[in-house]
Design a protein around this ligand. Structure first.
Ligand SMILES: *[C@@H]1O[C@H](CO)[C@@H](O)[C@H](O)[C@H]1NC(C)=O
Ligand SMILES: [Zn+2]
Length: 576
């Protein structure tokens, strides 16, 4: 800047040179003063080894942290140095990130009925009863019982309101239970009674009427959600606190929240930086009216301390595979009568994507089926062309970083486009290992082999890994296990109890999977070099573990326990 002024101001060179010299002098004085402050207040931590994820120095054994919560130095202390002599037991790795989760919903889940793995209606009723023992006030019209995790596949059929009414204690209670993928809800009779006598079908949704009423999927969930007495901000604050501390416990220091309504975004802004806010949150805004452009309730908000960034939006192209809701180019192999449904048509998705891109937001589109993924790529391509006229799509995308959330089933032609543009896939390795039980039935062998649940073949486009908690448990080590072995972390098995992984040609190495849970989500959150890495200038986030990951048996990742989690130089979790 100084130099361009020097040339343009020709005759006044001397004045500019003088001013510059004074400025440089002042700057170095302040640098020096800051240097002393740093020296006085810097804390240095040494471990048996430090894995950094920095190319310059992949391993070290010590680092120093400034009072501002940033690394000032990463170094290898020689064995005889006083630093090395203060080495603490354990191995440090960069703090982990979940590239796609739902913070408030997770907190709510921690305070609701856990139905994951339930195998019968009796089992479900028992779990709701147990919950009621400790939450005697739940189930009123003002405070519904909430739960998540049922699966009609395990139950043998779709549930109905009558199934809940079969239990005397539950009969008159307001109960709303989310399907395992949160794309359907199952409600009790008192809630059905709040709806009009006859309910018409909903585009982009399904009202299950057989074997009876009770389940509402995708867009049809809206009519129930409109009746649900929403938690107030005090309750939400409680949800956030319990979610954050549970996430810290599994080694997470940050997450991308894949859908934050404007009201909740306002709450996040209020709470970020307070004592209980112990997680970095990259929040994707979701308009109150899904898949719309709502600039009036969307304000960018990026904190310098990295604890909250709001600079992106979440759109939804389709539903989930489990309920045949994902939108396919060709019909499902096990239900040739349907190819799923789009939540928004291609024209509209493109229009909304362009509007958000022009407003300067990163656009992240939920897409599971191959038609939804195609529409997402189309919409992103159109938006990139619009916001960077005359520039290559790749170069525009390297700045805009549009992401496809889930990127689950992608036609080979669209995989080619994703590679060439550099669209970022955001993938959940444990979705693959949960869905593999039925994925091949839904898709058939050909689509499964060429389109589904890619990981390794997408490595060149910086895939972000995550869990989609509370849909899957947030433990990133289980995600790493699923990515490396393509086996289910709960069972340690592949499909049908096989000891072999599922389509292991798409498996990642340990290093690739770890980067997917650290460096890649940081890049996707515009925090490259600041998060997911231990290096000078990065946020001082790290996790302490008992033995080096490289030497840990991969089977031990299924039940991994971290020792400590640190965020901005402060310890937020310590194992007892
Ligand atoms: C797409 O959806 C929009 C908004 O719902 C609607 O106005 C438009 O007619 C639809 N276009 C097509 C081709 O169906
Ligand atoms: Zn999600």
């Amino acid at each position: 800047m100084t130099w361009s002024r020097l040339t343009s101001f020709g005759g006044e060179n001397s004045i500019w040179l003088f001013t510059s010299a004074v400025l440089v002098g002042l700057a170095s004085f302040f640098d020096l003063r800051q240097g002393f402050v740093n020296l006085l207040y810097t804390e240095t931590h040494c471990y048996q080894s430090v894995r950094t994820h920095s190319d310059a120095e992949p391993y070290a054994n010590c680092f120093s942290v400034l009072p501002s919560g940033v690394f000032s130095r990463v170094f290898q202390a020689p064995p005889e140095s006083p630093y090395a002599r203060s080495t603490r037991p354990g191995f440090a790795i960069p703090g982990l990130w979940d590239g796609h989760g739902h913070l408030l919903q997770y907190g709510e889940f921690l305070n609701s009925v856990d139905l994951f793995g339930s195998e019968s209606f009796q089992d479900i009723n028992t779990r709701v009863n147990t919950y009621l023992d400790t939450h005697p006030d739940a189930g009123s019209k003002e405070e519904w019982v909430r739960g998540v995790g049922w699966d009609q596949m395990a139950l043998g059929r779709m549930p109905t309101a009558d199934d809940l009414a079969s239990d005397d204690r539950l009969r008159n209670l307001y109960i709303m239970l989310d399907r395992v993928d949160v794309h359907c809800i199952w409600v009790s009779q008192p809630i059905l009674d709040l709806l009009p006598e006859s309910i018409p079908d909903v585009p982009g949704g399904e009202i299950v009427r057989d074997p009876g009423m009770g389940v509402f999927c995708d867009n049809a969930m809206d009519m129930i959600m409109a009746l649900w007495p929403k938690p107030d901000s005090k309750k939400k604050q409680k949800f956030l606190k319990s979610a954050m501390s549970k996430l810290n416990e599994v080694g997470l220091v940050g997450m991308a929240d894949a859908g934050v309504m404007p009201g909740n975004a306002a709450l996040f802004k209020e709470l970020a930086g307070t004592e209980d806010w112990t997680l970095r949150v990259y929040a994707m805004l979701e308009c109150d009216d899904r898949n719309t452009f709502c600039p009036d309730s969307a304000e960018k908000h990026v904190r310098d301390d990295g604890l909250l960034s709001i600079a992106s939006v979440k759109l939804f192209a389709d539903g989930a595979l489990g309920s045949w809701g994902s939108a396919m180019i060709d019909p499902y192999s096990d239900r040739p009568d349907t190819s799923g449904s789009l939540l928004v048509n291609a024209t509209e998705l493109t229009r909304v994507t362009i509007a958000w891109a022009e407003a300067g937001f990163q656009v992240n589109i939920h897409a599971i089926g191959d038609l939804a993924n195609r529409n997402a790529v189309d919409a992103m391509t159109a938006a990139l062309e619009r916001v960077c006229p005359g520039e290559s799509l790749t170069s525009c995308q390297s700045r805009r970083r549009f992401r496809i959330e889930h990127s689950q089933i992608i036609h080979p032609d669209d995989q080619t486009r994703i590679h060439s543009i550099g669209i970022i896939p955001s993938i959940q390795p444990t979705h693959a290992t949960s869905d593999f039980a039925y994925a091949e039935k839904r898709l058939g062998p050909e689509r499964t082999r060429t389109e589904a649940y890619r990981m390794r073949s997408l490595l060149d486009v910086n895939p972000i890994l995550g869990s989609d908690f509370p849909v899957e448990p947030p433990d990133p080590f289980q995600g790493i296990y699923a990515a490396v072995t393509r086996k289910n972390p709960h069972t340690g098995r592949g499909t049908d109890g096989s000891p072999d992984g599922w389509h292991t040609e798409e498996a990642l190495t340990l290093d690739q999977a770890l980067r997917g849970f650290s460096v890649a989500p940081a890049h996707g959150a515009f925090l490259g070099g600041k998060a997911g890495v231990i290096q000078k200038g990065a946020f001082a986030d790290w996790v302490v573990i008992d033995e080096p990951l490289e030497e840990t048996d991969i089977e031990d990742f299924r039940n991994f326990k971290v020792r400590e989690t640190w965020i901005a130089g402060k310890r937020v979790y310590k194992r007892d």
